[in-house]
Design a protein around this ligand. Sequence first.
Ligand code: NAD
Length: 441
Amino acid sequence: MSDAPSSIAPAEGRLGVLCVGLGAVTSTLIAGVELARRGMGEPIGSLTQMGTIRLGKRTEGRVPLLRDFVPLASLEDLVFGAWDPFPDDAYVSACRAGVLEVGRHLEPIADQLRAVRPMAAAFDPAYVKRLDGPNVKGRLHKRALLESIRADIQAFRDEHLVERMVMLWCASTEVFIEPGPAHADLDAFERAIDADDPQIAPSMLYAYAALQEGVPFANGAPNLTVDVPALRDYATEHGVPIAGKDFKTGQTLIKTVIAPMLKARMLGLSGWYSTNILGNRDGEVLDDPESFKTKEESKLGVLEHVLEPHRYPQLYGDVYHKVRINYYPPRGDNKEGWDNVDLFGWLGYPMQLKIDFLCRDSILAAPLALDLSLFLDLARRAGLGGIQEWLSFYFKSPQVAPGLYPEHDLFIQHIKLKNTLRWLMGEEQITHLGMDYYLEG
Ligand SMILES: NC(=O)c1ccc[n+]([C@@H]2O[C@H](COP(=O)([O-])OP(=O)(O)OC[C@H]3O[C@@H](n4cnc5c(N)ncnc54)[C@H](O)[C@@H]3O)[C@@H](O)[C@H]2O)c1
């Protein structure tokens, strides 16, 4: 096993959380953190705030809160910033998103929310076709956009006196881009920026700007963004943590629990039909076929990796997997994710499983954005650079080192995350073998 870092720098001073996109997820994150700080709401869904971790044997009774075990930044020390092509501040954005109740959860913190005003976005409607807003840097060359984002990061650092920063992509899903020659290495990437190559999406400029400024970057959407060799290598070489892609919230969260169960029991699968209706701005953007394709790729990969049809052709060799997302305005952020699973058991007898998840998109995503901010900052202070695979727990399409397949099973991801924290803190790994309880005299 590789050696754990000998020391982790303390979480002193303020941590700037820079969100690209000030929409439903970001405004719900900012409001939730402010409400939790004031004791006006519980940070439910956040492992860093509510989770515990077992240390040592089951007989030792050592189960601290995770945030007491690893040195994380506290909620009090978070300072938020954002970019968005729409000029709405976090209060207006939260009201517009309609996730949180205005009287109960937004009015009491209106001043704090109004103080978060979006910086002008590096935005190009060619990459997000259903949107166009006025708060943009303009039609600058990609090099100028990159420099402008870097200048924003530096200005935020100076203005808010933050010690450290992290950046999260919480902006709309961009159109589908395949990794190509422009992303192959840093030289090619740099040349493509200078040539205004369409293969360089705005999200890549934000990510590159963050890495150049030494700021860890996580991608909450399925866009390629930081998942290209040029940026991966840059992040590794410069010791800056990265993670992605696409927050694992609703249907895929369910899928990565149910599919491993089918496989663990060696039950077969003939079809899985997943459909969603949602009416938020994200749904509107995903109504565009090119943005939907990016999301579809992210959602479809999961079953293939969990079920490994090449190893179990009788069980998973012929699975019909379909994912639909339908924009349906009346539901707003309250998505309905409906799954129909056609499975088969002993001697091939068919069965069905129906799951109807009446969820709330941003209520599920905000705690993930919080945990990722705190864990990426921890990784940075621990000297871990490049892909943080231990954060796979949070993503639909986890980024992994070239040549590795991603681990999708939620519970394996959970064990991996906790074992990484134990490793970081010099505690023993928990393997769940447990023979010593029975064999030791
Ligand atoms: N909520 C969830 O459960 C969930 C799960 C997985 C992924 N996601 C992804 O997270 C992202 C955010 O979701 P949301 O519900 O907050 O969406 P949203 O539409 O409410 O907010 C996204 C914001 O990003 C802004 N934006 C678009 N391009 C930008 C750019 N280049 N620079 C700066 N801002 C830009 C838009 O104007 C918008 O305000 C989406 O890509 C979504 O697919 C959300």
